[in-house]
Design a protein around this ligand. Structure first.
Ligand code: DCP
Ligand code: CA
Ligand code: CA
Length: 350
């Protein structure tokens, strides 16, 4: 099993603010959704560790945070700036040349292959040092075989940490973990499992896998394996900007309407298709992305059987891939991208 290096930025939006306003470092502050004038109406997106000492957390109403610390400093969220910083982090990570999956605005997984643990740890140190030096930002890195485990390891090493978990130590490590720490287990699944008195990974491991499959379908099987020390999740690289053409757009306000998502997918597909036409390119790969209201993302890719320049093929595939990753979710932004590009009329042997 190849090793996965999983990186998550520490208190990301707040750290971005500290990097441009160093005087904030000593203060407890939050980044919130509302303007300063209406700050009590909004929600805390994140806060620095000074504010966390008061029990302030992401998702908490700002009103409640202000009660916990009346001298709390408030900043209005500046999404464009955080996107820009995120882009720099991802570019730096991709420059190491490993297959890289951008998982959310502040986290990514790198497939570092069959490296030994000591070498992997020294690579993590290098990456962490470079992000600190070039961008002035703290992060945490977890390393393990399997993407889901690497994320759990990363979470357990927060903040400002590096942790390597060896294959033989996975089972012990997982025992005490809450099921919510498993990538993909959302609040709803967690509640359903709690109803049958399952809240720890160790309890999940002892369940009858058929019950899990009845409850969650294929995902139930995955959960059972994960709980038992088997992580087959792979790094799913996002396609390189140069080798692909993509468009993405944020909705005016977060949406749960698939009709709206479908309409936007149509517009983005038309734009991508126009760009392909200008460059006289055909495509074989289609990739979509959704960013949810909590700033996590999912990507889904598909290779079709032959090269084409059909906008209808692009649209119908993009819509069906988006349906898979947006159902039941509140969506903030979507993207449509084509990859495996070929010059139109060029010689092609499949
Ligand atoms: N975010 C948000 N609303 C949420 C959760 C997160 O707007 N309910 C945004 C702000 C965070 C960023 O996404 O800075 C990344 O989220 P994380 O869950 O990784 O949390 P942080 O990076 O803030 O803190 P940590 O150090 O625990 O990773
Ligand atoms: Ca983070
Ligand atoms: Ca994160």
């Amino acid at each position: 099993m190849p090793l996965v290096l999983f990186l998550d930025m520490d208190y990301f939006f707040a750290a971005c603010e500290e990097s441009r306003h160093p005087e904030l470092k000593e203060k407890a502050f939050v980044v919130g959704t509302a303007t300063i004038a209406r700050k009590e109406k909004g929600v805390v997106q994140t806060c620095n560790y000074e504010a966390r000492k008061f029990g302030i957390r992401s998702g908490m109403p700002t009103m409640q945070a202000l009660k916990l610390d009346p001298s709390l400093v408030y900043l209005e969220s500046d999404d464009n700036f955080y996107e820009q910083v995120s882009g720099k982090v991802m570019e730096l990570l991709k420059s190491y040349g490993f297959a890289t999956e951008v998982i959310s605005i502040d986290e990514a997984a790198l497939d570092i292959g069959d490296m030994d643990y000591a070498e992997a740890e020294s690579l993590a140190r290098k990456i962490k040092g470079k992000i600190a030096k070039e961008l002035g930002l703290p992060c945490t890195i977890g390393i393990c075989a399997g993407k889901v485990y690497a994320k759990i390891v990363c979470d357990s090493a927060k903040p400002d940490g590096i942790k390597v978990l060896r294959g033989e130590d996975v089972k012990d490590f997982l025992k005490g973990m809450k099921i919510g720490s498993i990538l993909g287990v959302g609040k709803k699944s967690e509640d359903r499992l709690r109803k049958i008195s399952v809240s720890k990974v160790a309890e999940l491991a002892k369940m009858d896998p058929n019950v899990l499959i009845d409850m969650f379908g294929d995902f139930g099987k995955e959960l059972f394996l994960l709980a038992n020390g088997i992580d087959d999740s792979k790094v799913n690289p996002n396609y390189d900007e140069v080798l692909s053409i993509g468009r993405e757009r944020t909705f005016d306000s977060d949406t749960r309407s698939f009709a709206e998502i479908e309409r936007m997918a149509g517009i983005l597909s038309d734009e991508v298709h126009m760009e392909l036409g200008k460059k006289r390119m055909w495509f074989r790969g289609i990739s979509v992305k959704a960013r949810y209201s909590d700033f996590t993302e999912r990507i889904k890719n598909k290779k079709i059987s032959n090269y084409t320049d059909s906008v209808d093929t692009l649209k119908s595939n993009a819509v069906s891939l988006l349906r898979d990753i947006t159902s039941g979710r509140t969506v903030r932004k979507i993207g449509v991208r084509v990859y495996m590009l070929e010059k139109m009329g060029g010689q092609r042997s499949l």
